[in-house]
Design a protein around this ligand. Structure first.
Ligand SMILES: Cc1cc2nc3c(=O)[nH]c(=O)nc-3n(C[C@H](O)[C@H](O)[C@H](O)COP(=O)(O)OP(=O)(O)OC[C@H]3O[C@@H](n4cnc5c(N)ncnc54)[C@H](O)[C@@H]3O)c2cc1C
Length: 381
């Protein structure tokens, strides 16, 4: 066992954090207020290779492993203080693109991955529907029917990150209802396919610098060569290949958020004077700060463990579910406790803790709720 990150990852982490401090943090508050998606920051992220970080180099990516990608996500969230942009990045790179990287044919990879790596094309995943969330496969209503050399897809998807701005989506649809989860297929869908439309950007509590919308498919025509993986095997295969990436890399954002809140709060508590002394001197404050540090350390070890297992080619369904469950719940607790240390200022928009508290709320819902993580952990016992 070795708890130290390799030197190369440390240097890379520091450079990602610096990039986010310089290009993301200065405008984060205003973009959150305006619900603004910023294509210029996205372009810069593409220029420095962040948008294709875990893709193989032969398709224009950086070839980073799961640990490096998780640490980069953590550093980006820490330096940028922008949960929404970190989410948009994860939705593009991990859940939108990795299914193509891991399960696509050579032709599909050559056609899509290089443009996804630069950010010229933005990706997303269309799994959730208005009436199907946790029971994603069982309650799925979107249907794909083969007609000649194309599939005709009808249905809709809900809460899709990058929905309003995305160019390419991995969309799940039922091809064989009788087979349940084993009758769901995945398709690579382009926004200009006939019958595709995206709804308006949803007004959200948090993650407001990302975009989220419904996707609607009305007799949408998808060429048969855009079937991803074999027919009927999309949900099972893609789920197996990419879910653990999602439950590790995307959750890395929560680590960065906790680190940045902790640093800000320690500074605040040392400077804020009440009853003639810095509030840091009060045991009640120390208790919250020590607990936040404890949660951060434990969450970091859990996520790095899942990432290392992935990098060794070992399945990590229980580990990644534990990591996601613990880290997302810890972030909510940490944001609450450290907000309390800020007193009334935690309620004021220009204090980053206010935004972080709202952004934190998504963690126990998106990518599988805490209840579903508990259910997976128990099922694996
Ligand atoms: C901002 C945002 C971005 C998102 N991005 C995407 C995206 O890019 N792509 C995508 O496909 N989806 C996305 N989602 C959807 C997200 O993954 C779902 O919201 C999530 O999986 C929960 O589904 P649901 O909202 O339908 O809740 P439901 O499944 O209806 O759950 C409601 C409640 O019931 C509980 N529950 C349900 N079943 C059980 C059970 N068996 N045991 C115990 N409790 C249960 C849940 O835990 C929850 O508390 C996003 C959501 C949000 C809010």
């Amino acid at each position: 066992m070795n708890f130290a990150l390799p030197e190369g990852i440390i240097e890379f982490r520091d450079s990602v954090r610096e990039f986010a401090r310089e290009h993301v943090a200065p405008s984060a508050e205003q973009r959150d207020r305006d619900h603004h998606w910023d294509p210029d920051i996205w372009r810069r992220m593409g220029e420095v290779g962040l948008l294709g970080l875990p893709f193989p180099e032969e398709y224009g990516g950086q070839g980073a492993d799961c640990l490096t990608t998780t640490v980069a996500t953590e550093a980006f969230a820490e330096g940028g203080g922008d949960g929404g942009l970190t989410l948009a990045w994860g939705a593009h790179t991990i859940i939108g693109s990795m299914p193509i990287v891991l399960c696509g044919t050579e032709e599909q990879k050559r056609r899509y991955v290089p443009r996804l790596a630069t950010g010229e094309c933005i990706a997303g995943l269309g799994l959730t529907e208005p009436a199907s969330g946790s029971d994603a496969a069982g309650s799925m209503e979107t249907r794909a029917v083969k007609k000649g050399d194309r599939y005709i897809i009808n249905g809709s998807k809900m809460f899709i990150t990058n929905g309003p701005i995305g160019d390419v989506f991995v969309v799940m649809a039922v091809t064989n209802k009788a087979r349940g989860a084993m009758g769901v297929s995945a398709f690579i869908v382009e926004k200009n396919f006939k019958g595709f439309s995206a709804g308006k950007n949803l007004d959200k509590l948090g993650m407001r610098t990302s975009t989220t919308s419904e996707l609607v498919f009305e007799d949408m025509e998808v060429p048969e060569e855009n079937l991803l993986s074999k027919e009927d095997s999309g949900f099972a295969r893609i789920g197996r290949a990419t879910l653990e990436w999602e439950r590790t890399v995307l959750v890395g954002s929560a680590l960065g958020s906790m680190q940045s809140l902790l640093d800000q709060t320690v500074r605040y508590a040392k400077n804020r004077v009440q009853f003639g002394q810095p509030i840091m001197r009060f045991q009640a404050t120390q208790d919250k700060i020590a607990r936040a540090r404890m949660y951060l350390d434990a969450a970091r070890l859990l996520l790095y463990r899942s990432a290392l297992k992935k990098d060794k080619g070992q399945p990590a369904p229980t580990e990644s579910s534990i990591g996601k469950l613990f880290t997302s719940e810890a972030l909510i607790q940490v944001a609450y406790d450290l907000g309390q240390v800020h007193g009334g200022y935690c309620f004021i928009h220009e204090y980053p803790i206010e935004r972080a508290y709202r952004d934190a709320r998504l963690g126990t819902i998106g990518g599988g709720t805490s209840e579903m993580m508990r259910s997976i952990i128990a099922a694996n016992l």
